[in-house]
Write a protein that binds this ligand. Structure first.
Ligand SMILES: Nc1ncnc2c1ncn2[C@@H]1O[C@H](COP(=O)(O)OP(=O)(O)OP(=O)(O)O)[C@@H](O)[C@H]1O
Ligand SMILES: [Mg+2]
Length: 619
């Protein structure tokens, strides 16, 4: 769909088995290794026990059903059988318990790693990776691989040991009959591998389409309001229907395959037993072969496909799941594009484990020195950007949409790194201090502020986790958010909804304002939202801005120019270059771009005010 269009997922190799890949996946689940080994061991035992039961029956038939026997021999036999059954039951219980535990444990280990990793990835990763893709990695891919580690591996171990034990028993008891059963093994194995692979291919198609459907849903739900405003419901529905039609075909194919597979296998089993009965039956009649032995062999013949199926199943599944495994690893392998050098980490620690005692105090002098930048190779956004800012100054950036304003501040905040040139803070290259240091001194109100699910209070506290309730109220008062918050049903304890959806844009902005300011940052960045808000909120925000700017180096990206008339320096940005700069007065005198922009806005604003006024008077 739309968001995925620019995202080209690399094709994953599903043909050849990649041992290294699985080893890496295996190593991700270190804490599960003990249980996994235990699981294999218990399966070894169950596989052998299951192979032994037909043999026990043979003894029962051959010895106790026909021959003279002593009572205590029968008692011993019954006890052995009962003990075997009880033991197997207990072990099967262990198998399920362990397989479930390994599956869950694996999911947990890998999700934990993925979560931690997602925290350290840079802006650019999220620019280019659709949310739906990431969601699928951390949910279905991990679940799928975890399933293999728990259940498929268990099936495999069971099948392998069971087949081994059955083969050995058959060869020992009667090698000629054994040959009759074993002669069909290659055919069975071939059928198992062939069908399992085909079925899993289909299954994978189903999953792939399913994940597309999930992402369609994702877009459909998150963009529901936009869809309605655009009136493209019909169009979206068509897309969706095509997807679901495809999934239907794939599902039917899978069902047809499995309905052919099982009868084929059973047919071979029946054929083998027929041969056995024919050949062995005559031997029984002539007294060369005991009846119980023949029964044992027919039983083995009918069951022999089961372990083969389990083994073929694992091979096919691992081949398919290799793509899932690769995608998990590609997420975990993704490197943040903006990182600290080892020397910087040595001194300042990481973002997760910072050495705050080594943090210098930020003064707030900032220099952009011949900064060049692009998001996409060959499409430069900043060609040669230079700027010198003194501590405490307020810099305003104005310019048309797409001119590069947000880009400039994002570079300053090190969400991206310049392609060439450098940014210096207090005389030091930005890269020579840590990202953690920079961000601990930064308050940033984003163009589209995001609030987290939780209460108003929680959200403000994200700005400084140890802030007291009083400090939160103080920050909210400073940014003029206090009065509207207290009018909410539960005041500071009101839920804001996912992404702040229960609040208006202006309210969200005021809260993110409070959140940015509560840590008392030296560097303050405000990327003003273009969306229009009511004049009341606008006044509140503007007043808040004036209060907040005092004593900090600030960058204000303003769409409403009235916000920035008092700035120390106004930069008019066009196509990534500064075309005019100066104070409001100086720029007005120049009668250039800024002058036209301002007078137009001013006239429009005045018009609106007059209109509102007369509307009120007429009412
Ligand atoms: N993540 C990104 N990936 C690729 N290109 C981007 C990205 N973000 C911005 N751009 C491009 O870089 C240019 C500058 O964008 P930027 O967001 O800095 O503009 P802006 O001045 O902040 O615009 P607005 O006033 O609409 O916020 C635009 O051409 C935009 O298309
Ligand atoms: Mg912007």
């Amino acid at each position: 769909m739309m968001s995925a269009s620019s995202f080209q997922e690399k094709e994953f190799n599903t043909k050849s088995f990649d041992g290294n890949l699985w080893k890496r996946i295996y190593n991700l689940a270190q804490p599960e290794h003990k249980d996994l080994k235990m699981l294999l061991l218990v399966n070894l035992a169950v596989g052998i026990m299951d192979a032994l039961f037909p043999y026990l029956e043979k003894i029962g038939l051959d010895y106790f059903a026909v021959a003279e026997y002593r009572q205590n021999e029968l008692t011993a036999y019954i006890l052995v059988c009962a003990a075997g059954i009880a033991m197997t039951a207990f072990m099967v219980y262990q198998v399920f318990r362990l397989a479930g535990k390994v599956e869950m444990g694996f999911s947990f280990d890998v999700r934990e790693k993925a979560f931690a990793h997602l925290q350290i990835l840079s802006f650019s990763y999220y620019d280019t990776t659709p949310i739906g893709w990431l969601m699928a990695r951390v949910t279905s891919d991990i679940a799928r691989v975890a399933e293999i580690f728990g259940w498929s591996l268990m099936d495999f171990a069971y099948g392998f040991f069971n087949m081994l034990a059955v083969t050995i028993i058959m060869l020992i008891v009667n090698w000629k009959l054994a040959m009759l059963v074993l002669v069909f093994t290659p055919l069975l194995a071939f059928l198992c591998v062939f069908f399992q692979t085909k079925m899993l291919h289909n299954y994978r198609d189903v999953r792939r389409i399913n994940s597309r459907i999930t992402s369609s849903f994702n877009e459909c739900i998150s963009g529901a309001k936009t869809t309605k405003t655009l009136g493209i419901e019909e169009h979206n529905f068509h897309d969706f229907r095509d997807e679901t039609r495809e999934i239907r075909h794939a599902s039917i194919r899978a069902a047809v395959l499995s309905s052919v597979f099982m009868p084929l296998i059973l047919l071979i089993g029946a054929l083998t037993s027929a041969l056995l009965l024919n050949y062995g039956g005559r031997n029984v009649l002539s007294g060369i072969l005991k009846f119980g032995t023949l029964m044992m062999f027919t039983q083995y013949a009918i069951q022999f496909y089961e372990p083969l199926k389990a083994i073929a199943g694992l091979i096919a599944e691992m081949q398919m799941a290799q793509a899932n495994a690769e995608r998990i690893l590609s997420l975990l392998d993704a490197q943040p594009t903006v990182t600290d050098t080892p020397e910087v980490i040595e001194k300042y620690g990481t973002e997760i484990d910072p050495k705050i005692e080594n943090y210098e105090e930020m003064i707030g002098n900032i220099i952009f020195d011949h900064v060049r930048f692009h998001y996409i190779e060959g499409e430069p956004v900043l060609k040669d950007f230079n700027l010198s800012v003194q501590q405490g100054q307020t810099i305003a950036l104005v310019g048309e949409t797409g001119s590069g304003k947000s880009t400039i501040v994002n570079l300053l905040c090190r969400f991206y790194e310049p392609v060439s040139g450098e940014i210096r803070i207090d005389g030091h290259r930005s890269q020579d201090r840590s990202i953690g240091w920079l961000h601990s001194n930064l308050g940033y109100v984003m163009q589209s502020p995001h609030l987290f699910s939780g209460t108003v209070k929680d959200n403000v506290r994200y700005g400084r986790l140890d802030a007291t309730d009083e400090e939160i109220v103080e920050a909210c008062k400073l940014v003029n958010a206090h009065s509207f918050i207290t009018k909410l049903e539960k005041g500071y304890d009101s839920e804001v909804g996912e992404g702040g959806g229960l609040l208006s844009t202006g309210q969200k902005q005021l809260i993110s304002f409070a959140r940015a300011i509560i840590a008392d940052p030296r560097l303050f960045v405000l990327d003003e939202a273009t969306s229009s808000i009511d004049t009341e909120s606008e006044k509140l925000i503007q007043d808040a801005i004036q209060k907040v700017l005092k004593g900090r180096t600030s960058f204000i990206i303003a769409h409403r120019l009235s916000t920035i008339v008092n700035s120390d320096l106004i930069l008019v940005v066009r196509h990534g270059e500064v075309i005019e700069q100066g104070t409001h007065r100086e720029l007005m005198k120049q009668h250039g771009y800024y002058y036209r922009l301002y007078t137009n806005q001013f006239i429009r604003q005045r018009q609106d005010e007059v209109m509102n006024q007369s509307a009120l008077e007429n009412a």
